[in-house]
Design a binder for this molecule. Sequence first.
Ligand SMILES: [Zn+2]
Ligand SMILES: [Zn+2]
Length: 141
Amino acid sequence: MGSIVTMKCGECGYEQEHFLGAGMMDYQDFGRNRTKRDILRGVYGEEVRKALEKNPKANVYRSNDLFYCECCGMHTSKSSVRLFKTKKFLWRRKSVLLISSVHVCERCQKEMIRIEENKCSGLSCPQCKAPLKIFSGGCWD
Ligand SMILES: [Zn+2]
Ligand SMILES: [Zn+2]
């Protein structure tokens, strides 16, 4: 299940709601196959497409992640994917991250930084740079 996060700025009134994480569909074969098709169509960029072509058996995870631009301070939630390969590691199997999709800031064309869900606090307002207040708004699936 994904979580809904609302960010509010007490100074200028900026407000943004983000649907983060993964939904029910993303954990089912139907959703995973759809994600794989999207990757092969190039929806998540050329690098990810090539990685899946090379590793057709890779595990694919799609989720809405929060991205932050260091340049202009903008943040946005984007559908993004991660590819994992299972490798034998001594006596057990281990998932190794092959690649994760990247996003580019619409304003600056710079690569954005992925923010983990539990690290939303400490972000500042993209309009006035005041610290943002983060509210948890429940779950979505
Ligand atoms: Zn503000
Ligand atoms: Zn930017």
